[in-house]
Design a protein around this ligand. Sequence first.
Ligand SMILES: Cc1cc2nc3c(=O)[nH]c(=O)nc-3n(C[C@H](O)[C@H](O)[C@H](O)COP(=O)(O)OP(=O)(O)OC[C@H]3O[C@@H](n4cnc5c(N)ncnc54)[C@H](O)[C@@H]3O)c2cc1C
Ligand SMILES: *[C@@H]1O[C@H](CO)[C@@H](O)[C@H](O)[C@H]1NC(C)=O
Ligand SMILES: *[C@@H]1O[C@H](CO)[C@@H](O)[C@H](O)[C@H]1NC(C)=O
Ligand SMILES: *[C@@H]1O[C@H](CO)[C@@H](O)[C@H](O)[C@H]1NC(C)=O
Ligand SMILES: *[C@@H]1O[C@H](CO)[C@@H](O)[C@H](O)[C@H]1NC(C)=O
Ligand SMILES: *[C@@H]1O[C@H](CO)[C@@H](O)[C@H](O)[C@H]1NC(C)=O
Ligand SMILES: *[C@@H]1O[C@H](CO)[C@@H](O)[C@H](O)[C@H]1NC(C)=O
Length: 625
Amino acid sequence: MLFLPVVLLLAPGLSAAAPAQHQKLPRFATLVNRQTLNATYDFIIAGGGIAGLTVADRLTEDPNVRVLVVEAGPIDPGLEGILVPGSFAPYYYFWPNLVTVPQAGLNNRTIGTVAGQVLGGGSAINAMVYVRGDSVDYDAWGSMQGNSSWSWQSMLPYFLKSESFTAPNTAYAQEANITWNPAFRGTSGPLKYTYPPYYYPGAANWWDAAQSVGLPPVEDPLSGSKTGIFPIPSVMDAATMTRNYAKINHYDRVREARPNYHVISSTMVAKVLFDPRCKKATGVNILPTAGGSVSSVFVSKEVILAAGGLNTPKILQLSGIGPKKLLNKFGIRVVSNLPGVGQNLQDQPTLTVPYTFTSNISPNSGSFFTNATYNAEQRALYETSRKGAFTIISSLSTNIGALSLKQATPDWEAIIAAARANDAADSLPSDVDPTVLAGYRVQRETILQQFADENVSVGNLHWGTSDNALVYHLRPLSRGSVNIQSTDPLVNPAIDYRTGTDPVDFTVYTALFRKNRELFAAPSMQVLGPAEGAPFADAVTDADIHEVMRDKIDPSNAHQCCTAAMLPKRLGGVVSSEQKVYGVSGLRVADISFWPMQTGGSPTGTMYAVGERLADLIKAEHNLA
Ligand SMILES: Cc1cc2nc3c(=O)[nH]c(=O)nc-3n(C[C@H](O)[C@H](O)[C@H](O)COP(=O)(O)OP(=O)(O)OC[C@H]3O[C@@H](n4cnc5c(N)ncnc54)[C@H](O)[C@@H]3O)c2cc1C
Ligand SMILES: *[C@@H]1O[C@H](CO)[C@@H](O)[C@H](O)[C@H]1NC(C)=O
Ligand SMILES: *[C@@H]1O[C@H](CO)[C@@H](O)[C@H](O)[C@H]1NC(C)=O
Ligand SMILES: *[C@@H]1O[C@H](CO)[C@@H](O)[C@H](O)[C@H]1NC(C)=O
Ligand SMILES: *[C@@H]1O[C@H](CO)[C@@H](O)[C@H](O)[C@H]1NC(C)=O
Ligand SMILES: *[C@@H]1O[C@H](CO)[C@@H](O)[C@H](O)[C@H]1NC(C)=O
Ligand SMILES: *[C@@H]1O[C@H](CO)[C@@H](O)[C@H](O)[C@H]1NC(C)=O
């Protein structure tokens, strides 16, 4: 049997059956249910994902502050597929029945899409890839908002505070080309990360090929600048080589000391309640995720939304905060008419390019599945010494490329010029609200400037060392929406990524795709005898490639963001620089919805850091310890 950390499910004396009337102040952070939760808290947090648990942990450092986290999903009992990287598939805790509307830019395909529904949110089920955005991303948040307190320089202390990096041993780091600058690595924060102590030999072929097509090794991908190639930092605990996620690092870690930190699981926030006179948030309505009756819990200070990029706009709209026209359609009383709520949806589309090989090197990430002897051998190695292929998220490899547009294509200037010649209005639906369009114009110009910057990544290339290459598009110009389609809080919203509705996105994506081809054509990949699979192999012209893309792009990498954007109200913004929702009081957005735009990284690192930052802001405002 595999050794795994023992996960305590219930604090002593607080099972569902515990008689509420005899409870003393519990010793541990408390899992409550509808019978045992208090009527009033200082703060209620809707969603126990990365942002929600980070903020809850920090606010409850003050023993006088009472916090309730309401989480729609269950609590993982320590499933192997969650904790052991090599056992990543099959997947658990996906939000049920998430599906897009027909995607106009993608041959009207209706596409299943993913988000976490479990305590820990996306961090419980994600691929553990830990890559910050580029410095210009956070600077752009500040400049679009007209508030320089948002910048890379002001984020860096929070990145460092949030994390604890365990360095690989020196000899292995040298062999595997793992380099870093200690100035960018926190060593005493709650989130633990490291590098797998193993790579498939094909990873070296890919590394060499990438260098030969002009992608240089990056000293530290967490430095705010990372165009080139690097080994992937992974969010796991080096002591156990198991996933380190928000439930572990911001709940389990502190639970013994925090009777003031309550969590109710398998429970949905249906909507936020307001005092109709002053529009202050007074509490939330909750109901079981499985269905059932609605009850209310109240707050003395604030409600904090942390339900993720798809669900926070849904809660806002159901609470009367959103585009007036949409709210009217469902008979919802308007509390704050904010046309931007649920608009500006962005993700980082993915493209899986199949390959076969005449002489691929074994072992590779495929042998892990096809060679039972290898799998058993690696399993034994993991159990005895925490080494080998089980330390790598299954089907992935250990390195990646982050490309600037210049690195992807010599045509970069022409692409920018062509994009500038297009009217931004053509990229959005014809009935778009003028403030949302104004915000998009600013975002679009910002992105086009980023396209010209050699230090800004626009895409990722990855080869899992087996039968797929992955091409990621990081900075789309297309914008989608999330809108309620029912007043029932258990019904998912209509999700429209609108991927590829801005034609420039296909042009950029095609440049990335062609760069991947160039990499596979380099000598150190050619020795493996790769052949691109159908339907890509026959795609020669840009038009051919676009046609295949319309059929194959996955609009989401589960990085849905930006649907309650931090922008001025005149730019379609939903929250202020302090992440306060416009037009009401006592309500903030903590999760990825508040980002105005995607970053050049993966969301995890940024979400932990912005959670830390928001907690500080709230503590200062309420004079908390
Ligand atoms: C399969 C998968 C793979 C990914 N891979 C990576 C990766 O390798 N690297 C990376 O950086 N990022 C990755 N991501 C993305 C990353 O995990 C998310 O962007 C990140 O977790 C967002 O953090 P958040 O705090 O905004 O929301 P989340 O972590 O998504 O948390 C939101 C929480 O709110 C809960 N919730 C929603 N609605 C309600 C409601 N009405 N009431 C109560 N609770 C509610 C949800 O159940 C969830 O637990 C991946 C995501 C997924 C799903
Ligand atoms: C909160 O609930 C617990 C029982 O769950 C009870 O012991 C405690 O007194 C309550 N506190 C307040 C402030 O209501
Ligand atoms: C997609 O659907 C729309 C609306 O039904 C239609 O006008 C369009 O032709 C369809 N596109 C494709 C490629 O089928
Ligand atoms: C490490 O870098 C060296 C020098 O570029 C290269 O030859 C080798 O293949 C690389 N190995 C890996 C695992 O990336
Ligand atoms: C399967 O794995 C074993 C153990 O690593 C190895 O000896 C063997 O060559 C592998 N078989 C194939 C067909 O690759
Ligand atoms: C990119 O980064 C390098 C190294 O930090 C720096 O010298 C260069 O000026 C940067 N380029 C831009 C456009 O900022
Ligand atoms: C800028 O943002 C910070 C929070 O990041 C906030 O405290 C400050 O009040 C804001 N300044 C202005 C002028 O809005």
